[in-house]
Write a protein that binds this ligand. Structure first.
Ligand SMILES: [Zn+2]
Length: 260
């Protein structure tokens, strides 16, 4: 196996202290509906194969440990400031699962060499980096996360817990459900009116990429510091997993870490 070759954000590639990647489904060990690099344990896939995929993913970008969250479409943010915070919750890269699975939908750390992984199949993974303070974060933002502004909350956590300055923070928005496919027929029930400005005029299709951009902007992140890959997961199931397209499917991941 050639090993995964992740997509990267151009504006993050200029930082020598950073490692990151968005891993398509190519080059993994999973079979059937999970075909490829499925890193989601709660998908019905064989856990041993998922573990192998996770290790393959992390090692391909030079990491030997990672934090995989139990993502619940909530607003909890895991703050990892010390090895003690990470103890028991970190994937050691040797194929064994950690004893603690942290329930959260975002993680922030200033520890070096710890890969923060967010697993998605239509939701956004948004990687964040403050090169001034040397802090990284990764956020799971599906439509519930967008409604709850988990992105804004995570920027706020970076500011209050790590002293970050929003104007120095860089953001990368992973492939996810694009404006072409983000149809919400029950939007009047599910999506607050403040976000209806992101709906197409005549159809219940929403632009969640722009919502994220604006939520980051509202916290002071500069527009030129935000990069969207612009790939729709539902349109590109050759590259990514899409829950809307295939209910039985895997999860792909974005990972970000400070280099050791
Ligand atoms: Zn699409």
């Amino acid at each position: 196996m050639a090993g995964p070759d992740p997509l990267t954000f151009d504006h993050l590639n200029v930082f020598p202290g950073l490692v990151h990647g968005v891993f398509s489904r190519a080059e993994g060990y999973s079979k059937g509906p999970f075909l490829g690099l499925n890193v989601g344990l709660s998908t019905g896939d064989d856990p041993d194969i998922v573990n192998r995929n996770r290790n393959l993913m992390l090692s391909s970008i030079g990491l030997n440990r990672g934090l995989f969250l139990n993502q619940v479409h909530g607003t909890d943010i895991a703050v990892i400031k010390s090895e003690k915070d990470a103890a028991g919750a970190v994937w050691n890269g040797q194929g064994t699962a950690p004893s603690i699975i942290v329930k959260a939908d975002a993680a922030v750390t200033n520890l070096k060499g710890l890969g923060l992984a967010i697993q998605v199949a239509d939701c956004q993974a948004v990687v964040l980096y403050d090169p001034q303070k040397e802090v990284v974060a990764n956020v799971h933002s599906g439509w519930r996360g967008s409604v709850a502004d988990i992105l804004g909350r995570c920027i706020n956590t970076m500011v209050t817990q790590f002293g970050c300055t929003p104007a120095s923070i860089r953001a990368g928005i992973s492939p996810s459900l694009g404006p072409c496919c983000a149809q919400f027929i029950n939007y009047k029930r599910e999506i607050p009116e403040t976000l209806w400005q992101y709906k197409e005029k005549d159809r219940p299709y929403f632009d969640f990429w722009q919502i994220s951009r604006d939520q980051l902007g509202a916290q002071g992140v500069l527009d030129e510091h935000i990069e969207t890959m612009g790939l729709c997961t539902r349109c590109r199931t050759d590259l990514f997993y899409s829950f809307r397209e295939n209910k039985a499917t895997g999860r792909f991941a974005a990972v970000i870490a400070l280099k050791n």
